[in-house]
Design a protein around this ligand. Structure first.
Ligand SMILES: Cc1ncc(COP(=O)(O)O)c(C=O)c1O
Length: 373
């Protein structure tokens, strides 16, 4: 073990984008030069081409680029006319932006519990949350693992609800051969740099099969304008810029390689951790997990975290507190014990390093340190 430790005296970062940057640097520099020379910086030809290419990859009729994943959620909810008095069922085990978007449009988040294995929203719990104010279900494909969309779609149909996918962490993930973002009324993506498809700044995308929703999204992202200086509603300044779109086009061409690298790393972890007293991520046979994060459950999570920190191995506690118990939602009246599975996960989960370029030696070294606890 100590020999191994000497192999990585600097530890292992949680995430490194350097290798990827070096690989695409010259292509991106050329693209930036092209954007500069064109003089089109916002919503220009690269954005349009990226929207078409992303829609084709995802298997959606339309894609509308926006300024962030959070905006993708907010604009989708607005485009589907969600607002005050409406309840939207979502998961408490996600990044805050999912529920925040619901609050920002004036609607109320209603939290369903999650499945202990997939960490995703539990369809049985969703059914129990439905009231006559429910308007939509907002599942998250958490960590890149597709939510169980087949029963969720059935529930949505039976109760006449919208279904909005938060696919921020799940670009390229698949459920029954359908890609994340192609299974609901809207699919919302984030291109924050840590994501499976990340840009070098902020960015987001919405997919939809509806011509009407697409038109509304285009209006909303540009101040509610139907034509220059003519506004029919209050919208947002939520536009993707050309430099980010040019980068995303380059990265999209390599996305399958990048997802394959993540899946290979996950397999190395699965093998090396299989004999230990912990739970590795699960993935249904019909799904393709995109492994934005590799998140384990460990009965002594905090001790494990200390051990990894001592060896300078990057890790992240996703998520330390479920959303229904956060101060911001004190007014909703939830109490500890209401959603026991999500609450339990917050005490047990830890995300380990995963990014294209992470080597098998590094993974083995990390697993040796995990094994010490
Ligand atoms: C599940 C989820 N939803 C929404 C977002 C928001 O995306 P952005 O940071 O691009 O606004 C994130 C970002 O971390 C996320 O993980």
């Amino acid at each position: 073990m100590s020999n191994q430790q000497h192999q990585f005296p600097q530890g292992v970062p949680y995430l490194s984008l350097q290798q990827e940057y070096q690989a695409l640097r010259s292509e991106w520099m050329q693209a930036i030069d092209g954007v500069g020379a064109s003089g089109a910086f916002i919503l220009g030809p690269n954005v349009q081409a990226f929207e078409e290419e992303a829609a084709a990859y995802i298997g959606a009729k339309h894609a509308v680029a926006v300024a962030s994943g959070t905006d993708a959620l907010v604009l989708s909810l607005r485009a589907l006319n969600m607002g005050s008095g409406d309840e939207i069922i979502t998961t408490p085990f996600t990044f805050f932006a999912t529920a925040e978007a619901i609050s920002l449009v004036g609607a109320t988040p209603v939290f369903a519990d999650v499945e202990v294995d997939s960490f995703n929203i539990d369809p049985a719990s969703v059914e129990q949350c439905i009231t006559d104010k429910t308007r939509a279900i907002l599942p998250v494909h958490i960590f890149g693992n597709p939510a169980d969309m087949t029963p969720l779609n059935a529930i949505a149909k039976n109760h006449n609800l919208h279904l909005i996918e938060d696919a921020a962490q799940a670009f390229g993930a698949e459920h029954n051969d359908q890609r994340a973002g192609s299974m609901g009324d809207c699919g919302c993506f984030s291109f924050y740099p840590t994501k499976v498809l990340g840009c070098y700044g902020d960015g987001g995308l919405i997919t939809t099969s509806s011509d009407e929703v697409k038109a509304r999204l285009i209006q909303l992202r540009n101040h509610g304008a139907t034509q220059p200086f003519i506004h029919v509603e209050a919208g947002y300044n939520s536009r993707l810029d050309e430099i980010q779109a040019a980068l995303l086009r380059i990265k999209l061409r390599n996305i399958e390689k990048s997802i394959a690298a993540r899946r290979q790393i996950a397999t190395w972890y699965d093998e090396a951790l299989s004999q230990l007293d912990l739970v590795t991520p699960t993935s249904s046979a019909n799904d393709r997990h995109a492994y934005n994060l590799y998140t384990i459950r460990h009965p002594r999570r905090d001790a494990l975290r200390e051990q990894l920190n001592a060896c300078k191995i990057g890790n992240s506690q996703c998520y330390p507190e479920p959303l229904h118990l956060q101060e911001v939602y004190a007014n909703l009246g939830y109490k500890a014990g209401d959603l026991p599975v999500a609450e339990g996960l917050c005490h047990e989960t830890l995300s380990l390093p995963i990014f294209p370029g992470l080597s098998k030696h590094q993974v083995n070294y990390i697993c040796e340190q995990v094994a010490k606890i």
